[in-house]
Design a protein around this ligand. Structure first.
Ligand SMILES: [Zn+2]
Length: 198
């Protein structure tokens, strides 16, 4: 669906079944337009009805795909995304790759028979969720950052990182010595910078 050199690098760690060392992560990175569009639409949904939203970014046989967006309530949102990939023969030389998440087809395209993977590899790469505002002072909305539950589910989850969307975009990666935090602003899109201190 979309290409990202940075995300490809992070998925390598999942493939190798190791976590990066903190210094192996860059000081800043950028995310592709399609990724940013997803972040913005999740933010807008939550801003409209104050319900949390969530989705997962999967890496399915070398392609990134987003799960459909799940709606929670004001306090939480639970991700449950059964995923399936199938390859249907179309002709002697072509197959159709079809990725289904939660009974929704999220990716469907023609591939050459030579592109068929030897074995199917599916990784849950990142989880994304939003928080609605928690208070307003002088018409300015304030947001809670990662909850203990958020950090624990990242710690125990399969994915390598988590993204929290409020009025800013927070990114956490798991490393061999704890979490590494990044932050981006909507007025400076695509650019994600490492936080010196959380
Ligand atoms: Zn949360």
């Amino acid at each position: 669906m979309f290409k990202s050199e940075f995300l490809n690098k992070t998925v390598k760690y999942l493939e190798m079944k190791v976590l990066p060392k903190p210094f192996e992560l860059p000081n800043s990175f950028s995310l592709p337009q399609e990724f940013w569009n997803r972040v913005i639409s999740m933010y807008r949904f939550t801003d409209k009805d104050d319900m949390e939203r969530a989705c997962s970014l999967f890496y399915v046989d070398k392609d990134f795909v987003f799960s459909p967006i799940t709606t929670g309530n004001r306090e939480e949102v639970t991700l449950n995304n059964p995923i399936n990939v199938s390859y249907e023969p179309l002709s002697t030389y072509h197959y159709e790759k079809r990725v289904t998440i939660n009974n929704t087809i999220v990716d469907k395209r023609r591939i050459y028979k030579t592109e068929l993977p030897k074995s199917i590899m599916i990784y849950s790469a990142l989880s994304l969720h939003t928080h609605p505002y928690s208070s307003i002072t002088r018409s300015e909305k304030h947001y809670e950052t990662y909850s203990i539950t958020d950090l624990n589910s990242l710690k125990n989850g399969a994915e390598i990182g988590a993204i929290l969307v409020t009025n800013i975009v927070g990114v956490i990666f798991k490393t061999r010595s704890g979490f590494t935090y990044y932050k981006a602003n909507f007025n400076k899109p695509f650019q994600i910078d490492r936080e010196k201190k959380f």
